[in-house]
Design a protein around this ligand. Structure first.
Ligand SMILES: *[C@@H]1O[C@H](CO)[C@@H](O)[C@H](O)[C@H]1NC(C)=O
Ligand SMILES: *[C@@H]1O[C@H](CO)[C@@H](O)[C@H](O)[C@H]1NC(C)=O
Ligand SMILES: *[C@@H]1O[C@H](CO)[C@@H](O)[C@H](O)[C@H]1NC(C)=O
Ligand SMILES: *[C@@H]1O[C@H](CO)[C@@H](O)[C@H](O)[C@H]1NC(C)=O
Ligand SMILES: *[C@@H]1O[C@H](CO)[C@@H](O)[C@H](O)[C@H]1NC(C)=O
Ligand SMILES: *[C@@H]1O[C@H](CO)[C@@H](O)[C@H](O)[C@H]1NC(C)=O
Ligand SMILES: *[C@@H]1O[C@H](CO)[C@@H](O)[C@H](O)[C@H]1NC(C)=O
Ligand SMILES: *[C@@H]1O[C@H](CO)[C@@H](O)[C@H](O)[C@H]1NC(C)=O
Ligand SMILES: *[C@@H]1O[C@H](CO)[C@@H](O)[C@H](O)[C@H]1NC(C)=O
Ligand SMILES: *[C@@H]1O[C@H](CO)[C@@H](O)[C@H](O)[C@H]1NC(C)=O
Ligand SMILES: *[C@@H]1O[C@H](CO)[C@@H](O)[C@H](O)[C@H]1NC(C)=O
Length: 370
């Protein structure tokens, strides 16, 4: 009898969830319904992502703009265009089609926002991107939502004492410390406030190098530096699409939310991989898949992976498929007779030979043969 109210409450919650999720996204624990488009132009859109209502997990809805040719896959109405999604790495490659951060200047200093990603399974990958600043004698900081300084760098042009000139270009077509600076992002977030401070209060030499702030994939600047530092190309280079690599996670929960609740990183893990005890469903619904907790400097969440020996999509039923290692037997270290098994393979010397089949020429014909 005491079970009844609890059951009724659970049912109500379920009904509410169904009503709500039917509107925009798939409930965690079910795969995508049939008939969901799986690509936009030539970019494939694997579940948990989706480009139609009711085709994605919460937060993973993308927009396919088919009016442009070729079609553009966008993150919401942000300026980030998706060019590749990796389930195995839980990353998403995008280009910011807006180009450099739009800075609004006051007297001499300025502010802006790195557009970032409004809805948030996404954060900037800390190791694959960097803050990249061009300009003369400026300091730029990335700031979090609490006004906390996250990272920054200063870019200098060496002005000679006679004020007759200076060095405005970085040699080698890369950022070599003159007219530009680059720095680790340090804390991957969905967005950043950008603060620009002019270190040359007369701004005498501003305008000799384009003043621009970007968050860009590591290595992008190399080879483009000559153009990005060329002030006569500033108007167009400012709008050059900038590549950036984002990480994504299911059930992504910002640590600041939990910190405000007086909890710590460990408590934030509460929102991560569902356990039997938690009663929550996991998005890792494929057989031969597992759930991995994610806890980084900004948020916690989880991702799904296929078991060793399997690959495919762990977020859909039957998505993780056996890898036939024998198709590439030698690369997998088998130089004898290879037999594929679910999740693994057997490697033996052929009939009539003996030895060690896992080393090249490890099998020798046995004497009994001839
Ligand atoms: C996708 O389409 C774009 C534009 O047509 C093209 O530049 C790109 O190479 C294509 N990518 C692949 C993987 O086919
Ligand atoms: C995405 O990346 C994978 C792995 O690098 C590659 O095989 C695939 O062709 C890429 N897809 C597109 C649309 O570029
Ligand atoms: C779709 O792309 C076209 C052409 O690039 C653009 O004019 C339009 O604003 C885009 N639509 C949306 C909803 O972003
Ligand atoms: C889309 O743009 C509108 C108006 O610019 C904004 O209010 C809304 O939050 C945006 N939505 C998303 C998902 O970015
Ligand atoms: C996944 O990560 C590995 C290692 O960083 C990288 O070599 C590979 O290209 C990545 N795949 C995709 C599709 O991004
Ligand atoms: C830059 O920001 C200002 C102020 O917010 C706005 O008026 C302007 O249209 C923006 N420019 C671009 C290119 O987005
Ligand atoms: C930059 O933003 C800060 C905080 O919002 C504000 O106090 C400051 O006046 C802004 N500076 C400029 C130059 O807009
Ligand atoms: C960023 O990408 C690297 C390489 O793929 C990966 O090892 C790392 O976990 C990702 N996330 C962060 C927050 O660095
Ligand atoms: C800057 O760009 C202009 C226009 O393309 C070009 O004529 C000039 O040589 C460039 N300057 C340098 C230093 O590369
Ligand atoms: C985890 O969540 C459960 C249910 O919401 C709650 O009772 C528990 O106190 C949480 N644990 C931590 C460490 O926050
Ligand atoms: C076969 O050779 C590998 C590599 O040298 C070694 O690790 C393994 O133990 C050997 N197996 C047997 C059965 O000797």
């Amino acid at each position: 009898m005491t079970m009844l109210p609890a059951t009724a409450a659970a049912l109500l919650v379920l009904v509410l969830q169904l009503m709500w999720s039917a509107e925009a996204q798939v409930a965690v624990g079910s795969g995508p319904p049939a008939g969901c488009p799986d690509r936009c132009g030539n970019v494939s859109v694997p579940f948990p992502f989706g480009i139609r209502d009711g085709c994605s997990l919460e937060g993973f809805g993308l927009t396919c703009n088919t009016t442009s040719n070729p079609p553009r896959l966008m993150i919401g109405n942000s300026t980030l265009q998706v060019v590749n999604i990796s389930l195995a790495n839980s990353t998403l490659r995008a280009v910011d089609i807006a180009g450099a951060v739009n800075i609004t200047y006051g007297q001499i200093d300025g502010n802006g926002t790195w557009v970032g990603v409004v809805a948030s399974p996404y954060i900037v990958n800390e190791t694959l991107n960097q803050l990249l600043v061009t300009g003369c004698n400026i300091q730029v900081t990335l700031v979090g939502s609490g006004g906390n300084v996250i990272s920054g760098c200063s870019s200098f042009c060496s002005i000679n004492d006679m004020y007759t000139g200076g060095v405005f270009r970085s040699p080698g077509n890369k950022c070599a410390g003159i007219g530009c600076c680059q720095q680790q992002v340090s804390i991957g977030r969905p967005s950043y406030r950008v603060e620009l401070t002019n270190l040359d209060k007369d701004r005498e030499f501003s305008g000799r190098v384009p003043e621009a702030v970007r968050i860009a994939e590591l290595g992008w600047f190399d080879g483009l530096a000559a153009d990005l530092l060329n002030v006569s190309l500033a108007d167009t280079s400012r709008r050059n699409p900038v590549p950036v690599v984002l990480d994504w996670a299911v059930a992504s929960t910002g640590l600041d939310v939990t910190l405000n609740a007086g909890l710590n990183k460990q408590a934030a893990n509460n929102w991560s991989c569902p356990t039997a005890a938690s009663g929550r469903k996991s998005a890792c619904i494929s057989s031969n898949s597992f759930c991995r907790n994610i806890a980084d400097n900004y948020r916690s969440g989880y991702v799904c992976r296929c078991d060793k020996g399997y690959d495919g999509n762990p977020y859909v039923a039957g998505g993780c498929q056996d890898i036939n290692e024998c198709e590439r037997a030698k690369e997998n270290g088998c130089f004898g007779e290879c037999t594929n098994t679910p999740g693994a393979f057997l490697c033996r010397c052929p009939h009539g030979a003996r030895g060690n089949a896992t080393i090249p020429n490890g099998c020798t014909k046995s004497n009994l043969g001839n």
